[in-house]
Design a protein around this ligand. Structure first.
Ligand SMILES: [Zn+2]
Length: 303
């Protein structure tokens, strides 16, 4: 369940999903909120118009007709895959439906299909779908032979994914009208389980769902212990200079000309003084760095 998107957020969500949108004049304030609730919303419902032609289908969905006033959906998806927004708010598209289907959509706890609906508009156990679903009418005659062009199916997938993404829903929040009411047969000509698969894949692959690059680990403040063997090779490295400066700062410098990058006997004697300062004695204060004394020295990190 969720608060319905504002007109601006709906528009932005659709465009971010790559949907070609046409804003039908007046859509932002066109709704039936005076007749009932709008929200909380729980899903997206797909329909077919039983009509042909873009302009007449969009006009029909905006205006409705005598026995069923418009808006009849939120967006009309035409054969070329364009989405014409006609409403923002409650719309006359879902009608009454089965509460067990609503529960299945809210919990997204079903397999390929939600439970078969046993209710419809006006039946005793029906619940109001117009407050709970975004509705999209797809231009199609609904006779099972009128084709569904790839661009139109692609737009259905994108519109559904856009709303799921905006609300944090999965693909099971998208149903067909025929899955809501036992009186309905739309959409006819493609399967909702297959469409949900497409939406699921899109939700998993689209940019917004892509994991972000891992953050760069913060540079260490102190140089990690390079290992005793490192010093046995008489290395020449900035870390030796940095170490020598720290030994000087600790009053352990035994240098004649100051610390340099090449490990030397003066470094070993200086380091032995540092070990003795820490309380090490005998072989533990032989001047060859060990991990404990190194970490206590806190040699600034050098690249
Ligand atoms: Zn319908």
């Amino acid at each position: 369940m969720a608060t319905p998107l504002s007109a601006d957020r709906l528009l932005a969500a659709l465009r971010a999903e790559g949907v070609t949108v046409v804003e039908h004049p007046g859509w932002r304030t066109h709704h039936r909120n005076h007749t009932g609730a709008w929200g909380p919303v729980s899903g997206v419902m797909i329909h077919h118009t039983v009509s042909s032609g873009t302009a007449s289908s969009v006009a029909l969905c905006f205006d409705g007709y005598d026995s069923l006033p418009g808006p009849l959906c939120h967006g009309v998806i035409t054969k070329d895959g364009t989405v014409h927004l006609v409403a923002n708010g409650r719309a006359n598209h879902a009608g009454g439906g089965d509460p067990s289907v609503l529960r299945a959509v809210v919990t997204e706890a079903y397999g390929d299909r939600p439970p078969a609906p046993r209710e419809h508009q006006g039946s005793p156990g029906a619940v109001d779908g117009n407050s709970r679903f975004y509705g999209f009418e797809c231009v199609n005659l609904g006779n099972g032979t009128d084709p569904w062009p790839a661009a139109q199916l692609d737009a259905i997938e994108r519109v559904s994914a856009a709303l799921c993404r905006a609300h944090g829903w999965g693909a099971r929040s998208v149903i067909g009208h025929l899955e809501w009411s036992d009186w309905k047969s739309d959409p006819k000509g493609f399967g909702m389980p297959g469409m949900r698969d497409r939406v699921r894949k899109r939700l998993g692959a689209a940019p917004a769902a892509r994991p972000t690059a891992p953050a760069q680990p913060a540079a260490p403040r102190y140089h990690p212990f390079p290992g005793t063997s490192f010093f046995r090779t008489a290395p020449s490295s900035p870390v030796i200079t940095a170490m020598g400066r720290r030994l000087m700062a600790e009053g352990c410098g035994r240098y004649r000309v100051g610390p340099g990058p090449r490990w030397s006997e003066a470094d070993r004697q200086s380091y032995a003084a540092w070990q003795r300062k820490l309380g090490f004695r005998g072989a533990d204060a032989d001047g060859w760095p060990g991990a404990a004394s190194w970490n206590a020295l806190k040699v600034p990190y050098t690249k």
